[in-house]
Write a protein of this length. Structure first.
Length: 385
């Protein structure tokens, strides 16, 4: 096992164990979950997600890497409010069922054709805007941490080219935080284990959480991962990868976890030339998965560590963990000038968190964008005739 495999695997795992961990805590707190429920969500997402990618990697000798979907978790931070833990578990299981069906039926390509990716990206950008905006007051409240985190994200990677910007932001941001204030002591360790949740399936959960979340995972995680693996001369089994992610997500949902899937950025890192010789790159994914599993097993203590951080600092790190994703989604959403208005409407509804008739924002955002898209196509067809 070479140094490149170890480094790539470690950096891949760090991506999941930093921003992704913070996002789960924030989403669970927004939903008003108890600590036992949060631990169950956290542990299942990382342990089952890590096991999924480890087994896929060992079976196919292809560098599959991931844990849960950071994209979907960010989405839940604004939509999970008002749902009980059993209702969330039911929605998470349904999301897994939809991903499984996408793999069994080949529905994935058809769904992407029906709902253009630019509208999904516009939805994602609108949902993430809240987290990006919160960075500004957070940096004002913690100026030292804010300045150093910005330097770590934008400047440090210029000098250390293999350093992911998020790692630089977290490292220098923590230094700035410790220079500015003294953190409280960690509470006494209390081991908590995952709990089996009896799911509650609701129409609102299906429409407001399961369908949008499965689309986000398919388009922003699985599609990216499969494309990255192919671009690095691997041949991943597409339908089997989707089916495995769907089944793993269903299992995770039984413990209240949001998803377990192959990750886009993590797989891209482990399958790149930075991970060593082509035939040995799967070892980077093995290392990544083992670290992710270990991280999940100690979630009960990790959550204590995150809890002592000031809310402003957590908001700052959350923003940086999503900044790259936000910018990519924004660029993709508005890339086609012909479809600017449908994308803008989708983005606007998602950013305003418009919710009516018990149906959450993402449904209305996609519906608004799709209606305008259809009207625009009809108008273009009439003009052509």
């Amino acid at each position: 096992m070479g140094a490149k495999s170890v480094t790539a695997g470690f950096m891949s795992a760090v991506l999941a164990c930093t921003g992704g961990a913070i996002m789960i805590v924030q989403a669970a707190q927004a939903a008003g979950l108890a600590k036992t429920e949060l631990v169950s969500w956290f542990t299942s997402a990382y342990v089952i997600g890590g096991l999924l990618n480890l087994l896929l990697t060992l079976k196919y000798r292809i560098p599959f890497a991931g844990a849960h979907s950071i994209t979907a978790t960010a989405f839940l931070g604004t939509t999970a409010v008002g749902f009980s833990f059993p209702q969330l578990a039911g929605a998470f299981i349904l999301s897994g069922v939809l991903i499984l069906l996408a793999g069994l039926s080949g529905f994935f390509a058809k769904a992407i054709d029906v709902i253009p990716k630019l509208l999904i990206d516009a939805l994602l950008a609108g949902v993430l805007l809240t987290y990006i905006v919160r960075m500004i007051p957070a940096a004002v409240q913690l100026p030292c941490a804010g300045l150093l985190a910005a330097a770590g994200y934008f400047i440090l990677p210029i000098f250390i080219k293999r350093l992911p910007p998020l790692i630089g932001a977290i490292g220098l941001g923590l230094i700035g935080l410790l220079l500015q204030m003294r953190l409280p002591e960690l509470p006494q360790a209390q081991f908590l284990s995952p709990i089996i949740v009896i799911p509650e399936f609701t129409l609102q959960g299906l429409l407001s959480i399961a369908i949008p979340m499965s689309l986000l995972i398919l388009s922003n995680d699985l599609a990216v991962a499969l494309a990255a693996l192919r671009s690095n001369q691997f041949k991943p089994p597409v339908n089997k990868t989707l089916m495995a992610s769907g089944l793993a997500s269903m299992g995770t949902g039984l413990f209240g976890g949001n998803a377990a899937n192959v990750g886009g950025l993590m797989s891209a890192l482990c399958s790149s030339a930075e991970a060593g010789p082509h035939q040995r790159r799967y070892l980077a994914a093995v290392i990544s998965s083992v670290i992710v599993i270990g991280f999940g097993l100690f979630s009960w203590r990790v959550i204590d560590m995150l809890d002592i951080l000031p809310a402003s600092f957590v908001a700052l790190l959350t923003g940086y963990s999503l900044l790259g994703l936000f910018l990519r989604a924004l660029k993709s959403a508005f890339a086609d000038k012909q479809l600017l208005i449908p994308a803008l409407i989708t983005f606007g509804i998602a950013a305003l968190h418009l919710s009516m008739l018990g149906i959450a924002t993402p449904v209305w955002a996609l519906l608004g964008g799709m209606v305008l898209l259809k009207l625009k196509k009809k108008r273009a067809a009439k003009s052509y005739m």
